[in-house]
Write a protein that binds this ligand. Structure first.
Ligand code: NAD
Ligand code: LMR
Length: 333
C-alpha cells in the first residue's frame, strides 16, 4: 500500500544541483519506493524558465510516484505545507574563491526562506541547506523560524563524508561498503576535519592500515579541498555528487541510519566542546526520524586541534552574519 504524499520543496530548482536532484526525488530515491511526492520548485524570476523546462521533463518521465509539480518564485507558496525543504538556491563559488567568500551574497537569501518556512511549512518539516556556506546559511534560516524546533535545520556535509569514504576505499583498494566509522567535524569548508580515528575497514582500524603521513598530508587535504578540485577540473562546482549526497542525507534522516553513523551539520548542543547554537558537522545517527549526535567518542589531541580550528571558523562566520544584521528572532531572543 502506498503511503501518504510528502511535499518536497527544492530551491534553486533551475540550477545545476536542482536539475540533478529532481529526477531522483521524483523516482522515489529520496524518501522510499512507496512514498508519493509533490514537488515545489522555487526559483528567482531569472531561473523560472529553466525550472519550468525541468518540470516538463519530469512530466515526460511519467514517474509513478510524482503527484504534482509546482514552479514558483514565491517562497510563501513554495514552502506552504512543505514536509521536506532542500535549500540549494544560491550562487556557487568559482576558481580561487573560498565558500566563505559567498557569505554576504548568499546568506541574505536564507532569512526570507526561514520566515516562509516558519509561516507555512508542515509540523514535521525537515530542512537541509546545501547552498554555501551551508552551515552558516542553515543557522540564518533557522534564526528566522523561531517556531520550528532547531533540530529540523541541518546543513549538508554528507558529500564530505562520502568523499572521505571513497578516498579511503580507493587508497586501500576495497569497496566503499568495507569502510565504516568515518566522521566529518565542523564546517563544510577547507577547514573541515575528516576524522578516521574510529573508522574501520572490514573491522580493522584504519589507523593500523594507513600511514600517519598519508592521513595528514594527503587524505585530509584531499577531502577538505575536493570541492575546489572539482571546480578546477570540471570548470563548475559539484552537481551530481552534491545531489546524490543530499538524497543520502534526507533518506537516512527519514528512514534511519541503522547501525552506522554518518555525518551531518546539525545544531550543536555543546557536545564535544562545540559551542551550543552553531551548526556544526558531527557524526550522527538518525533514530525515530531525528538526528542524534553520536555520544562518547574519544577525541585525541590531534582531533581536538582540528575540530577547534573548524569551529573557530564557524564562530567567525556567525559573527559576520550577525554584524550584517542577517540573524532573525531566534538568535536575538
Ligand atoms: P547554480 O548556479 O547552477 O544554481 C543555483 C540556482 O539558484 C540558480 O538557478 C539561481 O537562479 C537560484 N537561486 C538564486 N537565488 C535564489 C533564491 N533566492 N531562491 C531560489 N533560487 C535561487 O548553482 P549549483 O551548482 O546548483 O549550486 C548551488 C549551491 O550549492 C551553491 O551555493 C554551491 O556552492 C552549493 N553546493 C553545496 C554543496 C554542499 O556539499 N553543501 C555541494 C555542491 C554545491
Ligand atoms: C563542494 O564541496 O563540492 C561544494 O561545496 C562546492 C564548492 O564550492 O566546493
Amino acid at each position: 500500500m502506498q503511503r501518504q504524499r510528502v511535499n518536497v520543496t527544492v530551491t534553486g530548482a533551475g540550477g545545476n544541483i536542482g536539475y540533478a536532484l529532481m529526477f531522483r526525488i521524483a523516482s522515489g530515491q529520496l524518501l522510499g519506493p512507496d512514498v508519493p511526492v509533490a514537488l515545489r520548485l522555487l526559483e528567482i524570476p531569472s531561473g523560472l524558465r529553466a525550472a519550468e523546462g525541468s518540470a516538463f521533463e519530469l512530466q515526460d518521465s511519467a514517474f509513478p510516484l510524482l503527484r504534482e509539480v509546482l514552479v514558483t518564485d514565491d517562497p510563501v507558496q513554495a514552502f506552504d505545507g512543505a514536509n521536506v525543504a532542500i535549500l540549494v538556491g544560491s550562487r556557487p563559488r568559482g576558481p580561487g574563491q573560498q565558500r566563505a567568500d559567498l557569505l554576504e551574497g548568499n546568506a541574505r537569501i536564507f532569512g526570507p526562506q526561514g520566515a516562509a518556512i516558519n509561516a507555512g511549512a508542515a509540523d514535521d518539516i525537515r530542512v537541509v541547506v546545501v547552498g554555501n556556506p551551508a552551515n552558516t546559511n542553515a543557522l540564518v534560516t533557522a534564526s528566522h523560524a523561531p517556531d520550528v524546533p532547531a533540530d529540523r535545520f541541518t546543513a549538508l556535509t554528507r558529500l564530505d563524508h562520502n568523499r572521505a569514504v571513497a578516498q579511503l576505499a580507493a587508497h586501500l583498494s576495497v569497496p566503499v561498503t568495507s569502510v565504516r566509522g568515518v566522521a566529518i567535524w565542523g564546517n563544510h569548508s577547507a577547514l573541515q576535519y575528516p576524522d578516521v580515528s574510529h573508522a574501520t575497514i572490514d573491522g580493522r582500524p584504519v589507523r593500523e592500515l594507513v600511514d600517519e603521513a598519508w592521513l595528514v598530508n594527503e587524505f585530509i587535504p584531499r577531502v577538505a579541498n575536493r570541492g575546489a578540485e572539482i571546480i578546477a577540473v570540471r570548470g563548475a562546482s559539484s552537481m551530481g555528487s552534491a545531489a546524490s549526497a543530499t538524497v543520502d542525507h534526507v533518506y537516512d534522516w527519514v528512514n534511519g541510519t541503522g547501525h552506522d553513523w554518518t555525518s551531518a551539520g546539525v545544531f550543536s548542543d555543546g557536545s564535544y566542546g562545540v559551542p551550543a547554537g552553531l551548526v556544526s558537522s558531527y557524526p550522527v545517527r538518525s533514530l525515530g526520524g531525528r538526528w542524534a549526535i553520536e555520544p562518547g567518542l574519544a577525541v585525541d589531541d590531534f582531533s581536538r586541534a582540528r575540530i577547534n580550528t573548524s569551529v573557530a571558523e564557524l564562530q567567525a562566520e556567525r559573527a559576520a552574519v550577525s554584524a550584517l544584521g542577517l540573524l532573525g528572532p531566534r538568535e536575538s531572543a
